[in-house]
Ligand binder design. Structure first.
Ligand code: SF4
Length: 287
């Protein structure tokens, strides 16, 4: 016998339909009520420890996207080597881009939140040549970056999708879209998730989106900025409700630095951590 689906109960006249609950918004509101000032405390203390990061565009958006693909599941140093190998194998002669930051003493440093030494000044690769490259040859070129068998087709798919959908290899038009629309445009590219899309949009256009990598994820959970079970995508949504537009860059860079330098995955240095008074990992009752 075929079961008939239940007939929906008609809404009572005069009553509005309830909006679905947004768990990220619920968490953010609850945190702001239970532990007021926590976000500002974390940014201020970490800014005091590592210096307040100043937003600065690092690369053109397509280079940032490809460098981020190359950095997936590998050390930033290796992804830099793979990107520079791309440049050498597929030279473009385009405008030189700067990745390293020049300090007040004239010395060069990698950009904030980046774990490598920074790319040497140089033109981006010829993206058309990279897209059309023989896949075996491309794998060989970027092998030094690790997981080349996965990353080479991912890079070619991304380049092909960008060219087919935008008419070239320029993602500058994304700046005119609302942040979530721009993110959705990028995540519609096969192999591009929210983290990669958010990195491109935050670093290239200063959009209020939070890339949640392994450091941000771990440190946020420990402090209690996010629930213990929150996935990176869920944290991404929580931060969208927790942070003001001008806090995203600093929060992202500082949480990464803290994860790399103090709040180690295995042995967090809580005894010298300025967040300890309000960290739920250090004190489960911390306010
Ligand atoms: S107190 Fe410990 S666990 Fe908490 S943020 Fe600092 S280093 Fe990490």
């Amino acid at each position: 016998m075929t079961r008939r689906p239940p007939t929906p109960t008609p809404a009572k006249p005069g009553r509005r339909a309830r909006r679905p609950v947004d768990p990220a918004l619920t968490w953010a509101r609850s945190l702001l009520r239970r532990r007021p000032g926590l976000v500002e405390f974390v940014i201020e203390r970490l800014g005091g420890l590592y210096g307040v990061p100043a937003p600065a565009q690092r690369l053109d958006p397509v280079s940032e996207l490809v460098l981020t693909i190359l950095s997936q599941n590998t050390a930033d140093l290796n992804s830099e080597r793979a990107f520079e190998a791309l440049r050498a194998a597929y030279p473009s002669g385009g405008p030189v881009m700067t990745h390293r930051v020049v300090g007040p003493d004239g010395g060069e440093a990698p950009p904030e939140g980046w774990g490598g030494i920074g790319l040497a000044p140089g033109a981006p690769p010829d993206w058309s040549a990279v897209e059309d490259a023989d896949i075996g040859a491309l794998i060989d070129v970027i092998r030094i970056g690790g997981l080349a068998n996965q990353k080479a087709p991912r890079i070619q798919t991304a380049l092909r999708t960008i060219r087919e959908r935008s008419g070239g290899y320029d993602l500058g038009f994304l700046v005119s879209l609302p942040p979530r629309d721009a993110r959705d445009w990028l995540t519609a590219i096969p192999g591009i998730g929210r983290k990669t899309a958010s990195i491109v949009l935050l670093f290239c256009f200063g959009m209020p989106l939070m890339p949640v990598d392994t450091h941000v994820e771990r440190v946020s959970r420990r402090i209690g900025l996010a629930p213990p079970t929150a996935s990176p995508d869920e944290q991404h949504e929580i931060y969208a409700h927790l942070l003001a537009a001008d806090q995203f860059y600093a929060a992202h860079v500082l949480l990464i630095q803290h994860g790399r330098r103090t709040c180690d995955a295995r042995r967090p240095a809580c005894d010298r951590c300025p967040i300890a008074p309000r960290c739920r990992f250090f004190d489960p009752k911390a306010e």
